[in-house]
Design a protein around this ligand. Structure first.
Ligand code: ZN
Length: 190
């Protein structure tokens, strides 16, 4: 005697098809999100290039809310004579002015270099939901390098973080800047 089949084979095949479809849709959604992250990182990179043109350390940032850029900024502490004028702070200030609210609940911030402790603190104050960065900053990066400031247990706001988006482009820009600065300094000494 054969044991009776518990599931009709046709139904099993349909179920299996549904799971495959669901997985495929999830993967497609994830890829679309990754592509969007790269698109916004390109906008941040254009901001970083602007900093480079002005002789500032090339870091750029954009704040995005519901798929729209609501604030952009580049690093400019020297020209602004302002130690807090990091790209992220400039972008957050512009975004807050644009939406007329100091809380940017649900916003995402894209920045070419891993943010410092001050900027992570500002993002938490602004209730930014997610930060996406390009290259790591081994000395002062406050998301994974020097510390993980966004995961401090005393914080009552969770900030999700993703790194390594267009990492090579972000790193190349900053490395080229420091290389040319060292060259200039070398020429000055000659
Ligand atoms: Zn900073």
């Amino acid at each position: 005697m054969y044991a009776p089949l518990r599931v009709c084979p046709l139904r099993a095949r349909a179920e299996c098809g549904r799971v495959v479809q669901w997985r495929f849709r999830l993967r497609a959604r994830r890829r679309a999100k990754e592509r969007m992250d790269e698109d916004f990182m390109r906008v941040a990179l254009a901001q970083a290039a602007e900093a480079r043109r002005r002789g500032e350390v090339p870091v750029g940032a954009v704040v995005v809310l519901q798929g729209e850029v609501i604030g952009a900024g580049f690093n400019r502490p020297i020209t602004a004579r302002d130690p807090t004028a990091h790209a992220e702070i400039v972008a957050l200030r512009r975004a807050a002015r644009r939406v007329r609210n100091y809380r940017l609940t649900g916003a995402e911030l894209f920045v070419t270099i891993e943010p410092c402790q001050m900027c992570v603190g500002a993002m938490v104050h602004a209730r930014v939901a997610r930060v996406v960065y390009g290259a790591r900053e081994p000395k002062a990066g406050a998301l994974e390098s020097a510390m993980r400031a966004h995961e401090h247990p005393a914080l009552n706001h969770r900030l999700a973080a993703r790194g390594g988006v267009l990492e090579a482009d972000c790193r190349a820009l900053i490395q080229e800047f420091f290389r040319s600065r060292r060259q200039d300094e070398g020429e000055d000494r000659d």
